[in-house]
Design a protein around this ligand. Structure first.
Ligand code: ATP
Ligand code: MG
Length: 402
């Protein structure tokens, strides 16, 4: 689970307080600690619980609200204040900030703006906090991993599903998979999930999308992995636009610690949006001419945007499958280090797909699952355990580099 921010709000207006409460209640990363309808009681209310953020609405009585902000900042200096107001009154905003408010938002509060402001306040707080080892504590950031294939059938869905399920196993993680192979995706089949909602429902409701609605649209697998599937009807693939996807990924980042994106092979505008929003791009290849040639072409395209280029990690799948192209030749052709290798294990991978079970439950000890577990650890920046290291040295780390 992600860290929860405990929030207290003061707003004498029932209408605007309720509206803000509804937005906050939809956010998994937020716990509504206290609600107060009187400026005069707020300090006493929050002195007991010391929330992570105090939200002060300026609109019911600006003078009282501004006075409260300076009182809070002198008496509870560790509680960051977020001031909100529907009026674009520059003087009041300035005064709120001078009196000690750290952030200001205009009402009605836009969810993305609120998430950003809360995240800034949280970062500000944790930077100041020291852990038991005396070092500044860093809170978990979400990691968005795009899985991009260099040709059809190269193994993207197998990697995305198994990586997602493996990441979801860690009790500290909250992982979700978005199937962005909008026409022909099969992550739902690989997980044997009959979803009630798909990306098409999310796109159709984009204007009233909040975190509660979005979370309800994801189906949860027994492994803990949540799935947002591709549309059921192929013609609905066109409903999903880049701005929809931007919103969906942006919001899911706030709720999930790990997001895996299974992309299509068409380099569509939604694929490119996903690549831009990802923190890491796993470019999946195999030791055959078509795949390697496409890796070179794709790297050249990605290199036109520096930010994309830096995020790419090359994953070689089905190592050990018969081929006359050596690993060193592949690395030389690609001109970039191979980050990870996944062994070939046709029968077990095929059967797990046909049973709709991730390897983690179907064949947890198989070589592919061991390799994917190592990959998950490496992507999360964790040191491999000695046993895992030993195993994956055969399969995973021959060329593995950060
Ligand atoms: N490491 C592996 N060892 C053996 N077989 C594998 C491995 N990875 C994937 N496969 C097999 O390769 C086939 C294609 O895999 P997958 O569907 O994951 O690829 P994809 O890139 O998502 O394909 P598509 O282009 O259709 O989206 C499947 O039959 C799967 O069982
Ligand atoms: Mg696929």
């Amino acid at each position: 689970m992600r860290d929860v921010q405990r929030i207290a709000i003061v707003d004498p207006s029932d209408t605007s307080r309720e509206a803000l409460r509804n937005v906050l209640l939809g956010m998994e990363s937020v716990w509504l600690e206290a609600e107060c309808a009187r400026y005069e009681f707020f300090l006493e209310v929050i002195s007991q619980s010391i929330p992570d953020v105090a939200v002060v609405s300026l609109d019911s009585d600006q003078a009282k609200a501004l006075q409260l902000i300076s009182q809070l900042s002198s008496e509870l200096p560790d509680v960051p204040i977020l001031a909100i107001s529907a009026r674009g009154d520059g003087q009041a905003i300035l005064q709120a900030l001078r009196n000690g408010a750290r952030e200001f938002l205009t009402v009605p509060v836009v969810l993305e703006e609120l998430l950003k402001a809360l995240s800034r306040l949280q970062r500000g707080r944790t930077n100041g906090e020291k852990g038991s080892n005396g070092e500044a504590q860093t809170k978990t950031e979400s990691l968005v991993i795009a899985v991009l294939g260099s040709r059809g059938g190269v193994g993207c869905t197998s990697i995305a599903v198994n990586l997602g399920a493996t990441l979801a196993q860690d009790a500290h993680h909250n992982a979700a998979l978005i199937d962005l192979d909008l026409a022909l995706g099969d992550a739902d089949v690989a997980l044997d999930l009959m979803a009630d909602y798909t990306l098409a429902d999310v796109a159709l409701n984009i204007d009233r999308l909040d975190l509660q609605f979005l979370r309800r649209s994801l189906s949860k697998h027994a492994s803990g992995l949540s799935l947002l599937p591709h549309p059921v009807q192929m013609e609905d693939a066109g409903l999903i636009r880049e701005d929809h996807l931007q919103r969906v990924i942006g919001l899911l980042r706030a709720s999930y610690s790990h997001l895996v994106l299974d992309l299509s092979k068409s380099f569509s505008p939604t694929d490119v949006t996903a690549l831009r929003m990802a923190d890491l791009i796993l470019l999946v290849a195999q030791l055959d001419l078509t795949s390697l040639r496409n890796v070179v072409r794709m790297l050249a395209t990605l290199a036109t945007e520096e930010a994309l280029d830096k995020k790419v990690r090359i994953i070689l799948n089905r190592i050990g499958n018969e081929t006359d192209i050596s690993l060193s030749k592949a690395e030389e052709t690609i001109g970039k280090p191979i980050y990870w290798q996944i062994p070939n294990e046709s029968k077990v991978v095929m059967e797990s797909r046909n049973h709709g079970m991730p390897l983690l439950t179907f064949a947890p000890k198989c070589k592919v699952q061991q390799s994917i577990a190592g990959l998950a650890q490496a992507l999360c920046g964790k040191e491999l355990q000695p046993a895992a290291k030993e195993k994956s040295s055969r399969w995973g780390t021959l060329f593995s580099r950060k």
